[in-house]
Design a protein around this ligand. Structure first.
Ligand SMILES: [Zn+2]
Length: 189
C-alpha cells in the first residue's frame, strides 16, 4: 500500500498551511536560483528539492524540512505580487478563509493577511481590512504565529491598486491612515 503526497499538498493541508496559496510549479522552478533566498539557507538545494518533491513523508529531516517551509514562505510573498498570486488571495478571501474585520461599521468586511514589517523572521502575521485600512492581530492563534515575511505588505499595495473592488463603500467608524508605518492612505491612491 503506497501513499504518496506532494510536499505542497502536505504543507497546504497543515493547520498553518491553510491560509497559504498554492504556488504553481513554474513559478517555483523559476526561482531555483533566486539569490535573495539562496543566501539565507545553508542547505538551500536540499530544502528546495523537498518543496518540489512529489512524494513526501514528514519527519525525515526536521531541520531541512523547516527550511523548506521558509523557502516556500519567502517565495509565497513574491508569488502574491504577481497577478495569479493576487487572484489566489482574492479566491481565498471569497472562500472566507480569512477573518472578518472586528469593527462594527465595516459590516464584516473580509480581511487579507499582511506582514508588518514585511521582513522574514521579524514578527507574526496581521490582518488588513480593506474597508477601514486598519490592521488587526489574527483571532486564530495558529495564524498569529505565521511569519509575516511569508506574505509581506507589497502585495497588499498592489492589490489595492489593481483590484480596487476589494474596498467596499462602507464609511468606516474611524479612519486611521498609518499603522506600524505602513502608509495605507498612499497605497490606496
Ligand atoms: Zn475594517
Amino acid at each position: 500500500m503506497s501513499h504518496s503526497i506532494t510536499w505542497i499538498d502536505w504543507f497546504l493541508s497543515q493547520p498553518y498551511g491553510q491560509i497559504f496559496c498554492r504556488i504553481d510549479q513554474e513559478f517555483l522552478k523559476s526561482h531555483l536560483n533566486d539569490g535573495d533566498i539562496i543566501s539565507q539557507f545553508t542547505n538551500y538545494k536540499q530544502a528546495f528539492d523537498i518543496v518540489l518533491s512529489r512524494s513526501f513523508r514528514p519527519k525525515d529531516n526536521p531541520r531541512i524540512e523547516n527550511d523548506a517551509v521558509n523557502i516556500y514562505g519567502l517565495l509565497h510573498a513574491k508569488f502574491l505580487e504577481t497577478e495569479p498570486g493576487l487572484r489566489s488571495i482574492l479566491k481565498k478571501r471569497e472562500e472566507t478563509v480569512f477573518m472578518k474585520c472586528p469593527r462594527y461599521l465595516c459590516y464584516k468586511c473580509t480581511c487579507i493577511p499582511i506582514g508588518i514589517p514585511s521582513k522574514f523572521g521579524k514578527t507574526g502575521l496581521f490582518m488588513y481590512c480593506p474597508n477601514c485600512g486598519d490592521v488587526y492581530a489574527p483571532n486564530d492563534p495558529v495564524t498569529r504565529k505565521i511569519d509575516g515575511g511569508y506574505f509581506g505588505s507589497r502585495y497588499v499595495k498592489k492589490m489595492l491598486k489593481s483590484h480596487p473592488e476589494i474596498t467596499p463603500n462602507h464609511e468606516p467608524e474611524v479612519h486611521i491612515p498609518k499603522i506600524f508605518g505602513f502608509d495605507l492612505a498612499k497605497a490606496k491612491k
